[in-house]
Design a protein around this ligand. Structure first.
Ligand code: SF4
Length: 393
């Protein structure tokens, strides 16, 4: 088993964005956050994954702030921590420290572990960022979304493009040397020139990593309602496809390697944590709505924050879903998200399945290609990836 990762969900946000259907709550003061952090630390304390990935030859963190566990104390070895949300940058540094201490109290952390925290513009100060750095956060996932003030308003992001630039400068001043931008394409009313300007602005700021998503519309959101009522229109499919192609070319020209359908990085800066999801390595989630994968099962926590806290305070668990997964299907459609694709011989050895017929049809439609024994999506296949994945499920 390869080293695992830990995902921590912090559900609080300053306000609710118009497209968001994540498990989030509007921040209404520190009391609710305190109660949540207590419940979260209790969960980390109580729930160890049922694996034994401990290996004596691993190099463990020698961080003096966190007492080293003996091997007998900890069955789990991890090399990534990802604190997502929500807006984790709304946490106070002492709350973050309690969460990290709880993790260090139960897990063996690899030396040089990647420790990411999601940060939103205008939610931090230079002091809070410096404190987060001191606590061991070494990667910032920065929620830019767009540099266009009209679009930021449409998305109800609660910040403008000047906030984006100011917060980014603070991240660098605080010593963050690994910053990832989130950007969204295909916004209502967005034109190709708008998207080109977004890419140009992002590239000029030289983040180490970019995650670029196509806007998804979730039924119960205000944005979905605006579209239903005809007040907004989405760009047509052809324009969105052209935006995707422009993104690949523009970022390749600026020295970014595409390593996954939506993710680009300067050499050496691919997200180690997110890669675990695509290569089916274990990831243990803690907090409201957090999902976990232990190598065999997926399981998930309650999605409502108040209920999650009550469950953790009153009973032993907040788990509401557990399922066995079809490993061979997941191996294919998660592996195909990566530009390196999957090794067909390895797949055959591991699962005893041969899917030559299906591959032949997809190759004919120029959706996949086989290069040196690896099956991978073509550029066209990346655009129509759901069609490809459906073939393998
Ligand atoms: S900041 Fe992120 S998590 Fe929070 S409401 Fe907006 S999109 Fe949702």
């Amino acid at each position: 088993m390869k080293p695992g990762g830990i995902y921590i969900h912090i559900p609080f946000c300053k306000s609710r964005c118009s497209y968001c259907d994540f498990a989030t709550d509007v921040y209404r003061g520190n009391d609710a956050v305190e109660r949540y952090v207590n419940a979260l630390c209790g969960e980390i304390d109580r729930f160890l994954p049922q694996i034994d990935a401990h290996n004596a030859d691993k190099e463990f963190s020698s961080d003096p702030r966190y007492p080293r566990l003996t091997a007998a104390d900890s069955p789990s070895y991890i090399d990534t921590i990802y604190i997502g949300g929500g807006t984790p940058s709304l946490l106070r540094p002492d709350q973050l420290e309690r969460i990290l201490s709880a993790i260090h109290g139960k897990f063996e952390i690899a030396n040089g572990a990647e420790v990411t925290m999601e940060m939103n513009p205008a939610t931090v100060t230079l002091e809070s960022l410096a404190a987060f750095r001191d606590l061991g956060i070494n990667r910032a996932s920065f929620g830019v979304q767009t540099f266009n003030d009209r679009d930021l308003k449409l998305l109800a992001r609660g910040h403008d493009a000047t906030d984006v630039k100011n917060t980014y400068r603070m991240l660098r001043d605080a010593g963050f040397a690994n910053v990832s931008f989130d950007l969204i394409a295909g916004l209502p009313g967005q034109k190709m020139d708008d998207w080109r300007r977004n890419l140009d602005e992002a590239v000029a700021m030289m983040p180490e990593h970019l995650s670029l998503y196509l806007l998804e519309i979730h039924e119960s959101t205000p944005l979905a309602e605006q579209l239903r009522s005809g007040r907004r229109d989405l760009p047509d499919e052809k324009l969105v496809a052209d935006m995707y192609e422009l993104m690949i070319d523009r970022l390749a020209g600026a020295g970014y390697e595409q390593y996954e359908i939506s993710n680009f990085a300067r050499p050496g800066f691919a997200s180690r944590h997110n890669s675990k999801y695509w290569t089916l390595d274990p990831v243990y989630g803690y907090g409201v709505s957090a999902h976990s994968f232990d190598g065999t099962h997926r399981y998930a926590n309650e999605r409502d924050t108040a209920r999650y806290v009550a469950m953790m305070e009153n009973s032993a668990s907040a788990e509401v879903m557990r399922e066995d997964i079809d490993l061979s299907s997941e191996f294919v459609f998660l592996g195909l998200r990566l530009t390196e694709g999957i090794d067909l011989d390895n797949f055959h050895r591991r699962f005893g399945i041969d899917f030559d017929d299906r591959v032949a049809g997809l190759v004919e439609n120029e959706l996949v290609e086989v290069i040196k024994g690896r099956l991978r999506l073509t550029r066209r296949g990346m655009l129509f990836s759901n069609e490809v994945f459906a073939e393998f499920v």
